[in-house]
Structure formats: structure tokens, C-alpha cells
Design a binder for this molecule. Structure first.
Ligand SMILES: Cc1cc2nc3c(=O)[nH]c(=O)nc-3n(C[C@H](O)[C@H](O)[C@H](O)COP(=O)(O)OP(=O)(O)OC[C@H]3O[C@@H](n4cnc5c(N)ncnc54)[C@H](O)[C@@H]3O)c2cc1C
Length: 500
């Protein structure tokens, strides 16, 4: 445990920022190197990974193959994917599942093999899951147990990465904060595994730790980013009470798969007018239809009373618990929903080995852009990405003989670094991005959001706030450059390019 930074070693071979599936996969695979894992909260419980419901995609069924998995991944990504990365991802998937199994992850089974679920846009049943709809929690339980007992892994929990240290253009360490204490950790390799950008949007399914701080650190260090405009939204999050912004409980797609329908205030199934597949149309189509209803002032509900009814607690325990906590009984009443930011396909640009454009700086998982998702992510490919590319990166660094740079352990951050982003700035960014750089974009809205962010930046010297504004601006610039609609990027002032 990291209760006191003063008593801890400061020299490592590798520093991993983040303890989600990507960070822990990399840390474990980097043995026997001395690895520091710096994470915001409690190990493995503070990121999006633990919230994952559906599971992990892998071509394991007799009628499936990595080639089919690749085909579905490319179709979902509108063929903007990096084909070499996709091939690597799908071919490594079965072995990656076997590795988790060997670590003790208790996947749901059917007969002699795994129980394989089928999700939208997958042409085969290939979703390996655990504990029904609590897959992420079980996977992270297994990874956390392995990390806690690994002698080469040194844990810095409740620690925040504040700044990357560079010497002569080379990454040499990281400044971290634990409560009011600040320290410097040294290593010739720093891996960002900090997750997504949920904190940029009014509604998100991501936990608060997905605040884009890893992207901001990378940008400040001069790293290139890619595909920033591609943000995925989930159509059905549990609508908040009042003007709450931030994380909302996810109502899994499997509910619509089971027959739950979306209704507006007049009880009309509006999805029938948008797609022949109605509620089972692609995520972004359903999300925009829900958004359009809400924009018209309609309330939207997901009605699972007939399709699921009394079986709710047993079939969807996580969703049932979220509804109950909000005083809703989904067995008997429809659930109010809003769309919510869910996943960022773009991120810090990395090569096939996870290296960014800055020497010694690596990125993996949702914060990185390997190009594997193209313009839109295929469901259940993101846990897989963290797992496959995390392990590969750890193995690569295990073979590296870069020496740990030694140096003083200074602590020269000013007090402003230690404060959270001011609430009014947090809210202003979320609202601007939600309205103008979210589900539906156009030139005028993007220009307005950009100018507003410039003005907002002038009102603060808060480093984390400025970092977050910088990431938001990168999304806007990329969205302005891509003047047509494709994948998760929708311009209402342009024509849709058909997925090839
Ligand atoms: C509700 C929900 C359901 C999902 N369901 C699925 C699913 O079924 N299948 C699937 O494949 N994907 C799913 N996803 C997406 C998937 O969970 C994420 O894309 C994936 O878990 C990201 O993993 P990661 O390791 O990159 O980041 P995370 O798991 O988010 O971990 C990020 C880590 O970085 C730490 N961190 C961040 N900033 C700092 C900082 N400045 N200093 C120190 N530490 C920091 C955090 O504390 C955390 O430990 C779901 C996502 C959500 C939100």
C-alpha cells in the first residue's frame, strides 16, 4: 500500500499509471522488471474496467475464427481501422482469455467450454463473460490478486500522476501526489494506462477517474494524438435526477436484445421510424434517436416490463440494483434513459509496440490509439485491447535493458496542482462538449465550443483544468477537420459516408 510516499523506493524499471485491465496486464507481463503501479484509488477498482458488464470478445466457438472477428471489428470501425493491429488483437484473443483463466478468473461456463454471449454487430457468439453482467469486476478481481502477490509489482494506491518528467527529450519519471504529499518516481519507461475521457461530457458511463488526465499529460510532453473525434455514446444510461452530471449507470444492450423497447412520452416506439432494426440498430443510430427525442423535450423510457419482467433480478442483477437505488422497479415500470458518453476510440498515438512519439513514454488501453477500433468500437473489444496490448507491451519492456535513471526526488509542484478542477470549469467543459462535440456536431457548434474553451482557459491557471481544456480542444479540432460523418463522428451539416 502507498500510505506514505516518503518511505517508498523511487527507482523503477517501469512506471505504470493506472490499474485497469490495460495497466495491470502490462505490469504483470513486465516481470521480472521492477514495476511501480500508480493508481488514483484502490487497485483495480477505480477505473472503467471494473464496471464492464458484457465481457471480452474472443473467437472461441467452433463456427468462429479470428478472421471473422477481424471482419466484424473492421465493419464496426467503418474500415478506418489499422488492419495489422486488428489482426494482432483478434489472433491473440484466445490465448489472452486462457491467461486470465490461469490467473483464476472465474468465467461463466457452458458444458466443457465457456458460455459465449452474442452482442450487436458480432456475427458469432464470442463474448466470454463472468458472473452474468459483472464481467469486469471478476476479471479485475483476478488481476488485482495477481498484482498484489507479484514480487516485482510495487503499488502506489490513492496516488495521482501529476506531471511527466523528461530529460533531453527522454521520459525519465513521474511526479505523483498522495493527499498533500508530492514525490518523484524515476524510470526509463512510463506507461499511461489512464482510461477514457468521460469527464469531458455531461453524461457518461465512465467513473470519475476517466478524466482525460493521461491524455493531458501526454499532450504536455509533446506526444501526438490520433482519431480524437471518434467518441462512442451509449444509448441507454439511467436518466439522472435533477441536473446531475457525471457517471450514470449503464443499462446494458442485452436488455434491448431481450426485447425491451424505447418509448417516448406518448408511448410511441420511435426507433421504428429510424431503422428496420429498431432498438437493435447500431449504438450510434439509437443514441442519436434518443438524443433527438430529448431535444424535442420528450422523456424517453426503456420498457422491459414485458420482455424481462419478473426475471429482472436474476437476469440483470447489476441493472436491477441501479434501478432499485433510484427507487425504480424495472419489473413493473419503464426506466427513464438518456444517452451517455461511453468510450473514446482515439487517444495517444502509439505504434505496434505501444510506444508514443515521445521516447520512453508508452500508452495502452483506452487512453491509447492503436487504430484497432477505427471510427467505432465493436462491443467487448476494449477489455480485449487492454489485455492483449497491455501484455505485449509488458513483455516488450521486460526484454528492454534501459537503465533506471537516478536523480533527486524533488517536490516542486505548487499548491494549485493539489486541488481538484474547480466545479464551475468542470461543468462548463462538460456542457460545451455535450452540446457541441457530442452525439451531433456541426461547424457552427464546434466553432462556438472552441471559442468558449479559449475564453474558459483565460479564466484559470489551474493545471488540471487547462489540461482537460486542451484535450477537449483536440477533440474539437479533429471533429472540425473531419467534415463528413463516419462511425462515432456525426456531422449534421454533412453527408454520411457508408461503412465499406
Ligand atoms: C459501464 C461500462 C461498461 C463497459 N462494458 C464493457 C464490456 O462489457 N466489454 C468491453 O470490452 N468494454 C466495456 N467497457 C469499456 C471498458 O471497460 C474500458 O474501455 C476499459 O476498461 C478501459 O480499460 P483501461 O485499463 O484502459 O482503463 P480503466 O479501467 O479506466 O483504468 C484507468 C486507470 O487509470 C487510473 N488513472 C487515471 N488517471 C490517473 C492519474 N492522473 N493518476 C493516477 N491514476 C490515474 C484510474 O484510477 C484507473 O486505475 C465498458 C465501460 C463502461 C464504463
Amino acid at each position: 500500500m502507498s500510505s506514505n510516499l516518503r518511505d517508498r523506493g523511487r527507482e523503477f524499471d517501469v512506471i505504470v499509471v493506472g490499474s485497469g485491465i490495460a495497466g495491470l496486464s502490462a505490469a504483470l507481463a513486465a516481470a521480472p522488471r521492477r514495476v511501480a503501479v500508480v493508481t488514483r484509488g484502490e487497485l483495480a477498482r477505480d477505473g472503467a474496467s471494473t464496471w464492464a458488464q458484457g465481457g471480452i470478445a474472443a473467437a472461441l466457438a467452433a463456427d468462429d475464427s479470428p478472421a471473422l472477428h477481424a471482419r466484424d471489428t473492421m465493419a464496426a470501425g467503418a474500415h478506418l481501422n489499422n488492419t495489422a493491429s486488428v489482426r494482432r488483437l483478434v489472433e491473440a484473443a484466445p490465448a489472452a482469455i486462457a491467461w486470465l483463466d490461469a490467473l483464476g478468473v472465474d468465467f461463466d461456463r457452458a458444458g466443457t467450454g465457456y458460455a459465449l454471449g452474442r452482442e450487436a454487430a458480432h456475427s458469432r457468439a464470442r463474448i466470454v463473460h463472468a458472473c452474468g453482467d459483472a464481467s469486469g469486476a471478476e476479471v479485475m478481481r483476478g488481476l488485482a490478486a495477481a498484482a498484489r502477490s507479484a514480487a516485482h509489482v510495487h503499488l502506489f494506491e490513492y496516488c495521482q500522476a501529476m506531471a511527466l518528467l523528461q530529460r533531453d527529450g527522454q521520459t525519465v519519471g513521474l511526479r505523483v501526489q498522495h493527499r498533500t504529499e508530492v514525490a518523484t518516481l524515476h524510470a526509463p519507461a512510463v506507461i499511461l494506462a489512464t482510461g477514457g475521457v468521460g469527464a469531458l461530457y455531461r453524461y457518461t458511463t465512465n467513473p470519475a477517474t476517466a478524466d482525460a488526465s493521461g491524455l493531458a499529460l501526454a499532450l504536455a510532453a509533446g506526444a501526438a494524438v490520433a482519431d480524437m473525434e471518434f467518441v462512442q455514446f451509449h444509448p441507454t444510461a439511467l436518466a439522472p435526477v435533477g441536473d446531475h452530471s457525471g457517471q450514470l449507470p449503464l443499462l446494458t444492450e442485452a436488455l434491448r436484445g431481450a426485447g425491451a423497447v424505447l418509448l417516448n412520452r406518448s408511448g410511441r416506439r420511435f426507433m421504428l421510424a429510424h431503422s428496420p432494426d429498431a432498438e437493435l440498430a447500431p449504438r450510434d443510430v439509437v443514441s442519436r434517436a434518443v438524443w433527438a427525442e430529448l431535444e424535442r423535450g420528450e422523456r424517453v423510457v426503456l420498457d422491459a416490463t414485458r420482455a424481462v419482467g419478473a426475471a429482472f433480478p436474476e437476469k440483470f442483477p447489476t441493472v436491477f440494483a441501479s434501478c432499485q437505488a433510484r427507487g425504480i422497479d424495472p419489473r413493473r415500470e419503464p426506466i427513464p434513459v438518456v444517452p451517455a458518453q461511453h468510450y473514446h476510440m482515439g487517444g495517444v498515438r502509439v505504434d505496434a509496440d505501444g510506444a508514443t512519439t515521445v521516447p520512453g513514454l508508452y500508452a495502452v488501453g483506452e487512453v491509447a490509439c492503436t487504430g484497432v477500433h477505427g471510427a467505432n468500437r465493436l462491443a467487448s473489444n476494449s477489455l480485449l485491447e487492454g489485455l492483449v496490448f497491455g501484455r505485449a507491451l509488458g513483455q516488450r519492456l521486460a526484454l528492454s535493458d534501459a537503465a533506471a535513471p537516478s536523480g533527486e526526488s524533488s517536490a516542486d509542484l505548487d499548491a494549485a496542482h493539489l486541488e481538484p478542477v474547480p466545479a464551475q470549469i468542470d461543468t462548463a467543459i462538460r456542457d460545451l462538449m455535450w452540446r457541441h462535440a457530442g452525439l451531433v456536431r456541426d461547424a457552427a457548434g464546434l466553432a462556438l465550443a472552441s471559442a468558449s474553451l479559449v475564453r474558459l482557459a483565460d479564466t484559470t491557471r489551474h493545471p488540471a483544468a487547462l489540461g482537460r481544456i486542451r484535450v477537449a480542444q483536440e477533440i474539437i479540432v479533429a471533429a472540425q477537420r473531419r467534415t463528413y460523418s463516419i462511425g462515432g463522428h456525426f456531422r449534421r451539416d454533412a453527408v454520411q459516408v457508408a461503412a465499406g
